[in-house]
Design a protein around this ligand. Structure first.
Ligand code: GCO
Ligand code: MN
Ligand code: MN
Length: 387
């Protein structure tokens, strides 16, 4: 087993709202006191973490005066300088304040939409000031309970308008910021807008500057409705759109649990880590997860350490997968190398003729066995530490 100690080169990052989560849930009050942002930075650095992310309101308490804002930034910057931690991402809280209860960029009231865009511009400024390369957008309130109350084609127009405006703002200011849009299929509103990675990828292509915009998929969001996260992330990578990722764990059919990475669905977690490692994804390994509500003090940091330990252990298994002779043979038996070869190549009339004239021994082709059970069992053995 290789060294499982997290180090900055692993590019692990945590949001202030994750390790700082006070344990509130819809059924009960907070179970832990708040932790100051700079104290979080020092503790994360002690754990070998590389980056920190935040919502505008996590860092600068709403209603702060300019002087108070400067005071916070001074302490936060000092913690970053002292530890070498980077700001890996910034995002805008467009869901907590009741002003957003009917939506933010898709609120029916134009005044609320303009306020949401203004708040986001300020958040983009804050992120740029602190060196965040990515601005994440989670449209938590862009949904609806009463279907008739929000004609979806108008909502798409307004969502598109907001992103076109904000992309121009970034260009106008000369920031290097890229946007990463985070899909979620439900919660907190009944039905959420742009529910999956696939919906989001299609929406991005409708924007005036699609090159500035990618996705921020989250394990819990696809998993809770039973979708295959691995395939969704693979499609985002294939499209060149994986700008950021939210790692956590989730049980199918439950509310958004945001559990410690790898704590549920170890096999899914293995293939996800393998995908990220094999693809050369160079962005943050960002945990949008929170400690169990029963945790206190050092329990918070045990949680954080667990996320990273499991990631590193699975990355190690992913490398063993490549070096394992028997697994490589099983891959060949499964016909995997064949999928990487071109089917026909580019169309020519001659090739079409040739294909039309070809004969296929469909019986022989249909009678082929693929040894997929054997391959899958080898993977299970690998994960269980049996090889
Ligand atoms: C959730 C979301 C959020 C976002 C965060 C960043 O389900 O609550 O995942 O945690 O990731 O607001 O925009
Ligand atoms: Mn979540
Ligand atoms: Mn998230």
């Amino acid at each position: 087993m290789s060294d499982l100690t997290p180090r900055p080169e692993h590019k692990f990052s945590f949001g202030l709202w994750t390790v700082g989560h006070p344990g509130r849930d819809p059924f009960g009050e907070v179970t832990r006191p708040p932790i100051e942002p700079w104290d979080i930075v020092y503790s994360l650095a002690d754990q070998g973490v590389w980056g920190v992310s935040f919502h505008d309101d996590d860092l600068i308490p709403p209603g702060s005066t300019p002087g108070e804002r400067e005071g916070v930034l001074k302490k936060f910057r000092k913690a970053l300088d002292d530890t070498g931690l980077v700001v890996s991402m910034a995002t805008t809280n467009l869901f907590w304040n009741p002003v957003f209860k009917e939506g933010a960029f898709t609120a029916n009231d134009p005044e609320i939409r303009r306020y949401a865009i203004q708040k986001t511009m300020r958040s983009i400024d804050l992120g740029a000031e602190l060196g965040a390369p990515t601005q994440v957008f989670w449209g938590g309130r862009e949904g609806v309970e009463a279907v008739a109350a929000k004609p979806p084609r108008d909502a798409f127009d307004r969502y598109q308008e907001a992103f076109n405006f904000l992309c121009e703002y970034v260009k106008d200011r000369g920031y290097p910021t890229r946007f990463a849009l985070e899909p979620k299929p439900n919660e907190p509103r009944g039905d959420t807008f742009l529910p999956t990675i696939g919906h989001m990828l299609a929406f991005i292509e409708s924007l005036e500057h699609p090159e500035m915009v990618g996705v921020n998929p989250e394990v819990a969001h696809e998993k809770m409705v039973g979708l295959n996260f691995y395939h969704g992330v693979a499609q985002a990578i294939w499209a060149g759109k994986l700008f950021h990722i939210d790692l956590n764990a989730q049980q199918v059919g439950r509310y958004d649990q945001d559990l410690r990475f790898g704590s549920e669905g170890v096999k899914d977690a293995f293939f996800l880590v393998k995908l990220l490692e094999d693809s050369g994804y160079a962005g943050p390994r960002h945990f949008d997860a929170r400690p169990y509500r029963v945790e206190q003090d050092e329990g918070i940091w045990e949680f954080a350490a667990g996320c990273m330990r499991t990631y590193l252990a699975l990355a190690d298994k992913a490398h063993r997968f490549d070096d394992d002779q028997e697994i490589q043979e099983a891959l060949a038996q499964a016909g995997v190398p064949g999928l990487a070869t071109e089917t026909l190549g580019a169309y020519t009339p001659e090739l079409a003729q040739e294909l039309l004239a070809s004969e296929f021994d469909t019986e022989a082709l249909a009678n082929r066995g693929y040894h997929n059970d054997k391959l899958d069992q080898l993977v299970i053995d690998l994960i269980l530490g049996l090889r």
